[in-house]
Ligand binder design. Sequence first.
Ligand SMILES: NC(=O)c1ccc[n+]([C@@H]2O[C@H](COP(=O)([O-])OP(=O)(O)OC[C@H]3O[C@@H](n4cnc5c(N)ncnc54)[C@H](O)[C@@H]3O)[C@@H](O)[C@H]2O)c1
Length: 334
Amino acid sequence: MKISIVGCGSISAAHIGAISKIDDAKIISVADCIAERAHSAAEKCGAKAFTSLEDMLADEKPDILHICTPHYLHVPMACAAMEQGIHVLCEKPCAMTQEQLKTLRQTQSKTGVKVGVSFQNRYNRSSLFLKDIIESKKYGELVGMRAIVTWKRDADYYASGDWRGKKTTEGGGVLINQAIHTLDLMNWLSGGISAVTAHVSNDHLQDVIEVEDTVSVLAEFKHGFRGIFYATTAHSVTSPVILEANFKDKTFRLEGDVVFEIADGLITPVSLPGDAEFFGKACWGSGHSALIGDFYDCVRNDKPFELDSFEGGNAVDVLLKIYESAQIGKRVQI
Ligand SMILES: NC(=O)c1ccc[n+]([C@@H]2O[C@H](COP(=O)([O-])OP(=O)(O)OC[C@H]3O[C@@H](n4cnc5c(N)ncnc54)[C@H](O)[C@@H]3O)[C@@H](O)[C@H]2O)c1
């Protein structure tokens, strides 16, 4: 399979590393509007370098395009590729607005190409373990969920890319960028969030960014229970994400890719199958390789890829309602 990548910044390295492990995949081209970044990535993977997506696709059409650019470019770039019959693996968030999400989904349906969204934490051992526990109903129905994301993002992080910290190019702050993974897990594992009452604020970097660095949400779930979602990048360290699923007599706590069982006041680690091979950067999770491998398998064998613009867009639907609730100061139904 012929692969191209657009956007050769931080996350592209995780994509290149994952692709290099797949025998029948060859990166033929990479593009970045900063020529130096395109050349450096091209050198690492023996590919051609371009400074625009248009020039890259005009030179040779890949089977799959990886989109690793800033948020505001995801939908236009994905649609440009899809219209040329190219499968697309897009970094999160797959869209920034409701209009963009609609366009993306319509283009996927119209062109029939495969779309994948990089919610790699769904492939973590801990996420799969919890999904299994919930679906098995071994401990009954869920009665609550709680998520806490406390990370550190200082001014130097925002200075590392001029798209960061701006509404028009990032679409928001901690919620749409860092905490979207945890929101997606909560929405996916719970069977869906049905209403939100939310508050957002910029507590730490008021003179630096125009988007929120802190968000708190009271979530109501389709299955009739409530949950709490809290995320901030104002902390002074980046801690592993905590996600808890409460059953009547037992709670499972995911902390990074580790699971704890809590019952009768006792907290015990759960041993998970497989090993934590590449629980790479603690805050990103380790699933890029698994997700990319799964996506390629679906392209290779023409199978549906579950985490497409419809499934991967669900977290965008929820987060836009969170922003709406925070803005109007009222509960919003989804
Ligand atoms: N899945 C994850 O865990 C994860 C982790 C980090 C980042 N991301 C996502 O990956 C994407 C990129 O983030 P990043 O941290 O690598 O950002 P970055 O700023 O390091 O990289 C983005 C790159 O895109 C390039 N670019 C900008 N406009 C372009 C254009 N018109 N044409 C070609 N190249 C262009 C920039 O020059 C830059 O090199 C974002 O959507 C981000 O949310 C995902």
